[in-house]
Design a protein around this ligand. Structure first.
Ligand SMILES: N[C@@H](CCC(=O)N[C@@H](CS)C(=O)NCC(=O)O)C(=O)O
Length: 205
């Protein structure tokens, strides 16, 4: 069975919710505290040199990291969780999937541990990353006009990213006040009964 190494509510929540939506069984291994020296960090490092969550081990024992790669792996098994090949929506799905992890996710890498990257200007780095993240979300919000999900009636893995990331900084209230499309999509995902348990265990609802 797939193992998801993670921390409730952190990036591993993206994988957990996607796997649940895809009805792919997995076992969750809590590695809370992995971002400081200790047993959890030592364990994670044997699998993922970046020492990040999510880190997965697959049925064949291979290690899988990176939420976007995990999304693609899930889509190999459940192609119905993305717009179909040949449709314009598919290109936008692919674009936004990569765009999220290439642009928004790194703002957490730097803002969550600013002293790592700028020991003498940590507060400034954190502030700038958070402001930049807000500007990225404003752009993303303008790309999303469909209802109830990002691509209309079809629920896709992109919606899962939005539901989980909406629970992170800059915070639920900021999204509600500034990015109504992202908020509405995240709300729609959070109402799905099949995701209730995994969303709760990750403190997303
Ligand atoms: N590009 C990675 C980013 C994963 C990531 O940054 N995860 C955070 C937790 S939400 C993490 O592990 N941070 C610890 C660190 O970067 O040292 C992905 O998409 O999976």
């Amino acid at each position: 069975m797939i193992k998801v190494y993670g921390v409730p509510g952190w990036g591993s929540a993206i994988s957990e919710v996607m796997l649940t939506l895809a009805e792919i069984p997995y076992h969750f291994v809590n590695v809370s505290g992995f971002d400081s020296d200790g047993v959890a960090r030592d364990l994670l490092k044997t699998m993922n040199p970046l020492c990040q969550v999510p880190t997965l081990t697959l049925e064949n024992g291979e290690v899988m990291t990176e939420t976007a790669a995990i999304s693609l792996m899930i889509l190999d098994r459940r192609p119905d969780l993305a717009p179909p090949v040949g449709r314009a929506e598919r290109q936008q799905f692919q674009r936004l999937l990569v765009w999220l992890v290439a642009n928004i996710y790194p703002t957490f890498t730097y803002a969550d541990y600013p002293e790592r990257w700028a020991p003498d200007a940590a507060a400034q780095l954190k502030k700038n990353c958070i402001e930049y993240r807000k500007s990225l979300y404003l752009w993303l919000n303008d790309q999303l006009s469909a209802e109830p999900y990002a691509f209309g009636e079809q629920l896709t893995l992109l919606d899962v990213y939005l539901a989980v990331m909406r629970s992170w900084g800059p915070g639920h209230d900021w999204f509600q006040d500034n990015t109504s499309n992202i908020s509405a999509i995240a709300d729609a995902v959070c109402q799905l009964p099949s995701l209730r348990s995994v969303l709760k265990s990750n403190a997303i609802i």
